[in-house]
Design a protein around this ligand. Structure first.
Ligand code: SF4
Length: 336
């Protein structure tokens, strides 16, 4: 176990670094838990109000039939998960969903399409969705797979705030999870999104059968990008029958999950760190430890793509018990 120099942190301003070494990142992850959490919580307070959590809502605008073979995903056409494929939703329906999400306290609306990459004919309806969400005064995020430079520019011009594109795990473990694309393909799209001036939402999944080193290396890769992703979602795998990873998945030790959140907070001090999928399998106490360790963003609503989510009442009850309020990024009133 390694010790951390805590007193020097107390009054520091956040230091943004893009040159973390393997050894440094691993030493933080494996530090004594109390020191790790204290350090992460201190760094969290340098940039954020620890009693505020940012709320997003996610809608699957095109479900299933995806050409990629991500080993954990119910939407891959390679897996037999009995999830019917659907066409891209009507933008008007999507915008109605965004209105309801705003009324429920979400400040960002995230729209996901199960594609390897969008076809040119898909861009017009997606752009209509982005513009419609923006017209409501919400932030807009989409996840559409790999992008060309031109598609990234079209999305930027439509007013898109965030593009989600996860690295999932470390470069080393990635081929055990996805075979239809490379880590390099992933980094290439992230670069295109950043070059277009769109904020990046990029994180990963715990419980794929990865080692602690893979968690550390995934976060180190993100922290060493030329610019930190503005949003870092950390998912806990919900194994889905019919997916290959459900056969080999190993449950995540909650303490290891909290360590991962703390490492994300320390390596990327000014990024939002999101508890994404898997919260239904987390106790209130585990989520509380995650908030203490620097998580400051969640998805609200009853479902996340194709998996369950705690729902508004349960989240509101936890927020009330903790004295946490929904972060009002947009100057609109949201529940707290
Ligand atoms: S995670 Fe995304 S890209 Fe991978 S199979 Fe599922 S929908 Fe397709």
């Amino acid at each position: 176990m390694n010790t951390i120099d805590l007193p020097s942190l107390a009054n520091a301003t956040p230091t943004i670094r893009n040159d973390w070494t393997r050894e440094e990142a691993a030493a933080i992850y494996h530090a004594p838990f109390m020191d790790l959490i204290f350090r992460a919580a201190t760094i969290h307070r340098q940039s954020f109000d620890p009693n505020k959590v940012q709320c997003n809502q996610l809608l699957n605008v095109k479900t299933g039939g995806c050409a990629e073979d991500c080993g954990y995903c119910s939407q891959s056409a390679h897996h037999d998960t009995a999830l019917p494929a659907s066409k891209l939703m009507d933008p008007k329906e999507v915008i109605e969903g965004a209105k309801a999400a705003k009324a429920g306290g979400a400040t960002r609306y995230c729209m996901g399409a199960a594609w390897r990459s969008p076809k040119d004919r898909d861009m017009a309806p997606v752009i209509e969705m982005v513009k419609g969400v923006k017209a409501l005064g919400m932030e807009a995020c989409v996840t559409l797979g790999m992008l060309s430079d031109d598609q990234a520019k079209q999305l930027k011009d439509a007013g898109l705030d965030y593009y989600n594109h996860n690295l999932d795990t470390s470069e080393e473990f990635y081929p055990s999870v996805v075979k239809t694309r490379t880590y390099g393909d992933r980094l290439d799209t992230l670069q295109k999104v950043q070059d277009a001036g769109i904020k990046v939402c990029c994180g990963g999944i715990l419980g794929l059968g990865e080692k602690p080193t893979d968690r550390v290396e995934m976060l180190r890769t993100l922290a060493n990008l030329p610019k930190h992703p503005e949003s870092v979602p950390i998912n806990m795998l919900i194994p889905i029958e019919g997916t290959p990873i459900a056969e080999t998945a190993t449950p995540v030790d909650p303490i290891a999950f909290v360590r991962t959140i703390a490492l994300a907070r320390i390596l990327m001090p000014t990024s939002d760190v999101r508890l994404a999928a898997g919260r239904t399998a987390m106790s209130d106490e585990m989520q509380t430890l995650c908030f203490l360790a620097g998580a400051n963003s969640i998805f609200i609503g009853d479902t996340l793509l194709t998996t369950p989510n705690p729902g508004e009442n349960k989240d509101r009850a936890l927020f009330d018990r903790l004295g946490i309020e929904a972060r009002d990024d947009l100057g609109v009133h949201s529940h707290g």
